[in-house]
Design a protein around this ligand. Structure first.
Ligand SMILES: [Zn+2]
Length: 228
């Protein structure tokens, strides 16, 4: 696919022996040029970047090479691992509407093409490891938000979407969320974790309550991933 090269100085080498196995999706609530500027600014106290930035019209900018670490996830946790920048690829999606409007179709079409390429180049990225920033930093982040079309991506082979089968979830929800990949409930308030899960998999109601539908969706995902 066609990228516009827009190199950022904010990157580091991958640690020796690193396998890239996580894809983190973000939104930036800033306009394109401002986003590109901040993600390339090496004078800030906290330097940030991403591998790619997707404009609202679907134009794709490459800021950091995939074989380098970009600084997009910050303090983060997934499946027992911390500080996920080292092993992940990060995409920032320009979204000036927060949770108020759907993402533009052509932006999502470009995102799907970009993600399919990334997954082909990094086969260690399992479906369960295609995550939102809020999945890996539930206490701090809500991006890519409730309007993000996770099901559309899953239909294109990117990430997971639950197919509830009706087998109930036994036991506590926080422990089950941790088995799926979320931070342990000791590290993050369980309600924030449930909210992150709902934002991703049950966006119609994001209240942090482990209601029966939330439990059913979680049970289905644990079954789909063999993590039950
Ligand atoms: Zn983010």
């Amino acid at each position: 696919m066609a990228y516009i090269e827009r190199p950022s100085p904010n990157h580091a080498p991958r640690p020796d022996g690193t396998t890239v196995d996580i894809l983190v999706l973000h939104y930036t609530e800033l306009p394109l040029q401002e986003s590109l500027h901040i993600l390339s600014d090496d004078s800030r106290e906290t330097r940030v970047s991403a591998h790619y930035v997707l404009a609202e019209d679907g134009t794709t900018y490459r800021l950091v090479s995939e074989d380098r670490v970009a600084w997009h996830a910050g303090r983060s946790h997934w499946r027992g691992r911390e500080a996920l920048n080292a092993t992940s690829i990060g995409i920032e999606i320009v979204n000036l509407h927060g949770d108020r409007h759907d993402y533009p179709a052509r932006q999502i079409a470009s995102l799907i093409e970009l993600c399919q390429g990334i997954l082909a180049r990094h086969p260690a990225i399992e479906p369960r490891n295609v995550v939102g920033h809020s999945d890996v930093a539930p206490q701090r982040k809500i991006d890519p938000g409730r309007r993000f079309p996770w099901k559309t991506l899953a239909d294109a082979g990117i990430g997971l979407w639950p197919e509830p089968q009706g087998r109930p979830l036994f036991g506590e929800v926080p422990a089950a969320l941790q088995r799926y990949g979320y931070a342990p409930p000791i590290a993050v308030p369980p309600r924030d974790i449930v909210k992150a899960f709902q934002r991703h998999f049950r966006p119609a109601r994001v209240d942090g309550m482990p209601d029966p539908e939330t439990r059913l969706i979680l049970a289905a995902l644990l079954d789909q991933t063999g993590a039950r």
